[in-house]
Design a protein around this ligand. Structure first.
Ligand code: GTP
Ligand code: MG
Length: 202
């Protein structure tokens, strides 16, 4: 399930403009700064294939990356970035949700949640929206390398992960699969790639 080749294909802001070759794809979504682009780079073992930043709001389009010439990883803008202009945020929200609802080659959404802090309301709202719309989802907990800190609620990543799953339990008929990751230590990389390979073969 390893990545031997990865290339950027295109940026789109409309579902209709996304690649039309019919290859299966997986989308990375989550709050701004949660680590979507970093995770993509970790999965493909490249430092800067997807652009990352300390500042939220870096990724602004639907970005398609073709993997092994046979499937796509899709990097998306984050949600919940309070300092981005309202219009821009509305735009991102609109086209990403349209993409989730109408992209027929989308196999599963990977919802990224920061495991180093307690659940945010907006993460719960997003999970709820995905559940209501019956969009297949895998939960990816990021930043599991970070140690617990008092100012972040004083819980270990494992505890935040447990709490989050408890909080979203009623949103889904069956509990979504979940994987703990870190783009610093590459924890979870093989598990995600294996999971994606299994999903492609269904
Ligand atoms: P937007 O494109 O703005 O929505 O953000 P994003 O979700 O793509 O986040 P990005 O990958 O750009 O990472 C945001 C910040 O978090 C960067 O400073 C990363 O270095 C850091 N980061 C990402 N993943 C991890 C991780 O697993 N562990 C730690 N410690 N930091 C991480
Ligand atoms: Mg990004």
């Amino acid at each position: 399930a390893q990545v031997s080749q990865a290339e950027f294909v295109k940026s789109s802001t409309r579902t209709e403009d996304c690649p039309s070759d019919g290859l299966p794809e997986f989308a990375l979504v989550g709050r701004s700064n949660v680590g979507k682009s970093s995770l993509l780079n970790s999965l493909v073992r490249r430092k800067r294939l997807a652009l990352t930043s300390k500042k939220p709001g870096k990724t602004q389009c639907i970005n398609h990356f073709r993997i092994n010439d046979s499937w796509y990883l899709v990097d998306l803008p984050g949600f919940g970035y309070a300092s981005a202009p309202q219009d821009l945020r509305k735009d991102w929200d609109k086209f990403t949700k349209d993409y989730f609802l109408n992209r027929s080659t989308l196999v599963s959404v990977f919802l990224l949640i920061d495991a180093s802090i307690p659940a945010k309301k907006i993460d719960l709202e997003y999970a709820s929206w995905l559940g209501q719309n019956q969009i297949p989802m895998t939960l990816i907990f990021t930043k599991c390398d970070k140690r617990k800190k008092k100012k972040n609620g004083g819980k270990r990543p494992e505890e935040n992960v447990q709490d989050f799953q408890e909080l979203i339990r009623d949103f889904f008929q069956a509990a979504p699969p979940w994987i703990m990751t870190s783009s610093v230590t590459n924890q979870g990389r093989d598990e995600i790639l294996l999971h994606m390979a299994q999903l492609r073969n269904y």
